[in-house]
Design a protein around this ligand. Structure first.
Ligand code: DC
Length: 221
């Protein structure tokens, strides 16, 4: 099986670019952030503080998180309920960042992510795919862009979905998540030593996809 690991901070364009690259290669696109979001949502629903291991850990025993694919599109199921839309709010973004710092949560999701890559050719995006989840991935890419450009993209996405939120609030959230994601003790956000680092600040989506496909095809030759 072949794996392409794409890591990087929020809003670098990972999911859109990874999805397009996967389609072009005929690989399965796996968005691992959705798994952390699913647990973040579950914690919020159960009234637990997403940052507190002692509040989140006891919930994991009664929790099943599964991925399924409908026409190639990933759906995430929490105890059988499809929460793919509910996990895309700013509140759940913050909760996801909170639970993702908990070692118990990362261990809980580790095997699920591994098994996806065992049975399928995948393009998998996240924060620690090239460093922790799939350290043997044939291709590793670290996607980045300036915080302002990433906030601009994320803000546009949220407005399109009808969320009312200011650019300033999105930028603040994003900087906070960047800080938390890269300073946590377990699996912090950082490029794998053998990752190609790609800055998408001045690139269009088409240019980014073309660049990544070039890198992937070069490595898989
Ligand atoms: O990519 P995203 O915004 O959907 O990710 C949501 C949160 O989950 C993010 O703050 C960091 C965390 N995450 C992680 O720690 N490891 C991953 N492989 C994917 C996401």
């Amino acid at each position: 099986m072949t794996a392409v690991a794409i890591d990087g901070p929020a809003g670098a364009g990972k999911s859109t670019i990874a999805r397009a690259v996967a389609k072009e290669l005929g690989f399965l696109y796996v968005d691992t952030g959705a798994l952390y979001r699913a647990i973040g949502l579950y914690a919020l629903r159960r009234g637990a503080d997403p940052k507190k291991e002692e509040e989140v850990s006891p919930l994991l025993a009664g929790l099943s998180v599964r991925l399924c694919f409908v026409n190639g599109e990933q759906r995430v199921l929490v105890n059988g309920e499809d929460v793919s839309e509910q996990i895309r709010t700013p509140q759940v973004s913050m909760a996801a960042s909170g639970v993702s710092a908990l070692p118990g949560v990362r261990a809980f999701l580790f095997e699920l992510q591994k098994s996806m890559a065992k049975d399928n050719n995948v393009v998998m995006d996240g924060r620690d795919i090239g460093t922790v989840v799939l350290p043997d991935a044939q291709v590793k890419i670290f996607l980045t862009a300036t915080p302002e450009e990433r906030a601009k993209r994320r803000h546009r996405e949220l407005l399109e979905k009808g969320e009312t939120v200011s650019y300033g609030a999105v930028l603040e959230d994003l900087k906070k998540r960047d800080y938390d994601d890269s300073h946590r003790a377990v699996a912090p956000l950082k490029p794998a030593t053998d990752a190609a680092v790609v800055n998408t600040t001045t690139l269009s989506l088409e240019e980014s996809v073309k660049l990544l496909l070039g890198i992937v095809r070069g490595k898989l030759k």
